[in-house]
Design a protein around this ligand. Sequence first.
Ligand SMILES: Nc1ncnc2c1ncn2[C@@H]1O[C@H](COP(=O)(O)OP(=O)(O)OP(=O)(O)O)[C@@H](O)[C@H]1O
Ligand SMILES: Nc1ncnc2c1ncn2[C@@H]1O[C@H](COP(=O)(O)OP(=O)(O)OP(=O)(O)O)[C@@H](O)[C@H]1O
Ligand SMILES: [Mg+2]
Ligand SMILES: [Mg+2]
Lengths: 255, 255
Amino acid sequence: MGTVLAVVSQKGGVGKTTTAINLSSALARRGRKTLLVDVDPQGAVRHGIGLGGTGQPPGLADVLAGTHELQDVVLPTPLPWLRVLLAGSVSDSAEHDSYRERLNSSPTLGELFERARTRGYIVVVDTPPGLGSVTRRVLSFSQHVIVPLQSEPLALQTTTQILRAIRDASSTNSQLKLDGILLTMVEEGNLVSQRVAAYVREQLPRELLFDVEIPRTMASIDAFAAGQPVTLRAPDDLAARAYVRLAELLEPGLT
Amino acid sequence: MGTVLAVVSQKGGVGKTTTAINLSSALARRGRKTLLVDVDPQGAVRHGIGLGGTGQPPGLADVLAGTHELQDVVLPTPLPWLRVLLAGSVSDSAEHDSYRERLNSSPTLGELFERARTRGYIVVVDTPPGLGSVTRRVLSFSQHVIVPLQSEPLALQTTTQILRAIRDASSTNSQLKLDGILLTMVEEGNLVSQRVAAYVREQLPRELLFDVEIPRTMASIDAFAAGQPVTLRAPDDLAARAYVRLAELLEPGLT
Ligand SMILES: Nc1ncnc2c1ncn2[C@@H]1O[C@H](COP(=O)(O)OP(=O)(O)OP(=O)(O)O)[C@@H](O)[C@H]1O
Ligand SMILES: Nc1ncnc2c1ncn2[C@@H]1O[C@H](COP(=O)(O)OP(=O)(O)OP(=O)(O)O)[C@@H](O)[C@H]1O
Ligand SMILES: [Mg+2]
Ligand SMILES: [Mg+2]
């Protein structure tokens, strides 16, 4: 039986998409059947895995709109054990609304997760920033959740809301477990970044914070520009190695 | 007659809040009556202007919920010409939903903008990331909009959706004008950041991109940690000076 792991945050730009892409790649490299699902209408996942180009390849939004079948939009990747379901065509404001409405009222997302789990997939879900209905819908179907936290001032303040949302979600979804908070973009040589990281480490209970932290690296930015997970493009990079360790840490619990 | 200027972006963490805070401070320093309004339930504005602390001081959400009067929640700041309306108490997921619903169905936001404009205020509005109903609601009432664009790979791709949303909004709001795209967090010494900035400058039509660009500076991060706009805390800092120039550029058109 597979499992669903959501990557969520209130704050924008903290590394949700980068984490979803690299964690799922690292899990697949360990030989685990992994399905990366992008539910963010922004559709950023496609860029990080080389399916960028112009326009949006079909995905979840098109299944919800009824123009595509689920099996036609789940795509293979260069990694044998990694499949991906992109966000799909959500190009203007009106479409964003109908996308959200359909996502929240249709059984499609829950059914897709169920099917993937039955086939033994670890489903890694990239979500939009903020505490919206899409994020809560995903949490209602998830068994695991991780929260990236960017190593910048007030990182903790912007985490309280999402932690509360996760507690709310667990009250109606008893299977949901917060695996941990992941410190990201910890910048070597940046005193403020280092101070914030130290502060976060001392403020959060040990079980709430992952031992693994993702450093801010040039290779990470490069990799995204090249449309490849940094874990594949630059495996010796410190961020790449950290994501591999994170997958190592999480994997036993993802069954 | 005052005017409403919205700061919007699809992508998270690109500097909307930092821009809203510093632009409004710089406009106020020029002697213009300015009202900074936070419509993002995340409520980040309060941190950047020293009203952080624990919990959320009352604001827009409380007016919408009917527990506070508008005049009681518009706050003074250390700057004589700057007032601020915070996001207010939106602490859990259920409250996020009702907040959005009320914001979009109640006349409150439009009325507040109207009243501020009648009194000659420039209203600077900080919005949540993404192309949600809140952002579109704000655009329907705005006369000006600026779009921060973080100097990182694929910055342009994540801008097409918000530009389309602005065009949509202009078709029903004929007063809405896109003042420009603002390159932010341009990092000196970071080759990728510099390359992206160069690429953006060559790709975008000159009238669409501000000549002013906001560099990534330690003082900016410091200032937010200290709860003060960088334009006030470190006026010689390059980011502070850039925001002052931006206010200089924009001000004549904001009447
Ligand atoms: N370890 C890292 N080192 C350097 N840059 C990074 C790292 N992780 C992420 N980034 C960059 O930071 C930016 C934000 O990351 P990302 O898009 O993954 O965040 P996000 O939380 O998904 O954003 P959004 O809220 O818009 O969905 C991206 O440009 C990304 O390439
Ligand atoms: N010029 C700058 N130099 C250095 N750091 C900056 C600069 N501008 C913004 N930052 C930092 O980058 C982070 C993101 O900025 P900010 O919160 O303003 O973005 P945002 O678009 O409002 O994010 P969100 O999508 O979550 O609302 C913050 O930690 C901020 O302090
Ligand atoms: Mg993302
Ligand atoms: Mg913000």
